[in-house]
Design a protein. Structure first.
Length: 199
């Protein structure tokens, strides 16, 4: 397997780029999707409740994700506590899925929003940062009914995108047309396939 980490900041188009890699033939995974499944696990919910209190549990015993999000994006210490709980569980799932024998000769692209913040880049053969301007990212998020204040708070909680671009092996500028983004993804994917066959 040839494991590739894909990152970027909030609203910059990571999921769109991930889907494009999938359409080209890569195996794709999303850390956010794995987190979503983990938050449905009763044992994980109980640990989060122990950290943050009963008010993070909503109707029907389900986790109130909005309450948790508002807590962690306004309090860096609480965010770190939650990440310390979830990150090892997420990467255990990624490693288990990637070890599928059917993927032995495949490029596997994993979307990890906090790739560099959590020093997880060491788990990947190559890394990619998807970027656009903060203003474009905020505009996209506002069109999804996320307030400007919330969008900016989340962006400020992440490593500056300029630093992620510097650290990555590849960068995809998602500021222009879909066709231009697809062109960049296609070029990188061909390179990754070539590398996977010679490594």
């Amino acid at each position: 397997m040839f494991l590739v980490g894909l990152t970027g900041n909030y609203g910059m188009g990571k999921s769109t780029v991930l889907a494009t890699f999938g359409s080209l033939g890569a195996v794709v995974m999303s850390a956010d999707a794995i987190v979503g499944r983990l938050l449905e696990d009763e044992r994980v919910r109980d640990r989060i409740r122990g950290m943050f209190g009963d008010d993070v549990i909503g109707n029907g015993g389900r986790l109130d994700k909005k309450t948790v999000a508002s807590r962690i994006f306004s309090d860096p210490e609480q965010r770190k506590r939650l990440e310390a709980l979830l990150h090892p569980l997420v990467f255990a799932e990624i490693e288990a899925a990637a070890s599928n024998p059917d993927y032995a000769d495949r490029v596997i692209v994993v979307e990890v929003p906090l790739l560099f913040e959590s020093s997880a880049e060491l788990k990947f053969r190559k890394t990619i940062t998807v970027h656009t301007s903060e203003e474009k990212a905020v505009g996209r998020l506002e069109r999804k009914s996320i307030s400007r204040e919330e969008a900016l708070a989340r962006l400020e909680a992440q490593m500056p995108i300029s630093e992620k671009i510097k650290r990555a092996d590849y960068a995809i500028d998602n500021s222009d047309s879909e066709e231009e983004t697809e062109r960049q993804v296609g070029k990188i994917y061909r390179d990754l396939v070539s590398l996977s066959r010679t490594s």
